[in-house]
Design a protein around this ligand. Sequence first.
Ligand code: KG4
Ligand code: ZN
Length: 332
Amino acid sequence: MRILGIETSCDETGIAIYDGDRGLLAHALHSQIDIHRQYGGVIPELASRDHIRKITPLMHEALEQAHCDLASIDAIAYTAGPGLMGALLIGASFAKSLALALDKPSIAVHHMEAHLLAPLLEESAPTFPFLALIVSGGHTLLVHVKSLGDYDLLGQSIDDAAGEAFDKTAKILGLPYPGGPYLAKLAKAGDPKRFRFPRPMTDRPGLDFSFSGLKTFALNTFNQNPKDDKTKAAIARAFEDAVVDTMLIKCRRALEQTGLKCLVLAGGVAANEQLRASLGQFAQSKGIDLFYPAKEFCTDNGAMVALTGYLRFKAGFKDDDLTIFTKARWGL
Ligand code: KG4
Ligand code: ZN
């Protein structure tokens, strides 16, 4: 069984082909970062227009990479939400039209489910059940993944998402958009002892997160200190340490509560090396198996959508009709 996956929920156009026997055959990706950078954030209308321009050439690129044609595709999976409505509509309309033209089924995919299943693209893949920490630009979710489609939301951010906090703090430090990876790079040179930021919501029970206070803490620290490179690096380091430590504390708590022995890290912020190292050290000391996707499959991509479409289709899910279904806000 061969699935074409389409991702257009935000500022990446991704198209991939996943084969049930042979795994990922192709994935083509176009990032819009250069378009949005000058505005310091994603402009939804520009995102939609660029998806329209790139979606067909990317599909051909993926087919070429996979050495196959559309006739060999069994179903079309697409991100139906959550995300930017206009951007989602491009992918969904394209997928539905293609499905109609090819007389093949289409499969709506939840973007966050695709993120949490992305580690299954790797050769060494987790098996259900597991605890998933999904940390992206729009979401911070701690999920008990019991089996495909059976998810218990244990905790989430009550304000800024982890990636959003990285990006906003990076902006304060004068770094380009999207700031997460730039901040992480700067943090490497930062003195870890110069500043200490709070670990929000760790002094009380519960598994929810709050990151907006950290960004304010960074702003105040920035305003009260000299604006030299050393200070900026030390602020980046203190911020990153606080986010990573907070996530570690919540993961440890959730693993204790659920008794799970397997932890999965996913979403754009899962590319963060300090987060990977810190959770890796903890996992090793406690006999927990830790999995995360390759960096290119942490941030938005078509491969995770094709894989999720494949797993869902195999389990009997597909769209009932040709209605173009998209949901900008959509709980897991
Ligand atoms: O999953 P994703 O591509 O998009 C959403 O679905 O939101 O995540 C993008 C987020 C951005 O906020 C970006 O700054 C962050 O992931 N990010 C990182 C790193 N790489 C990407 N944050 C911290 N460290 C990184 N190395
Ligand atoms: Zn995403």
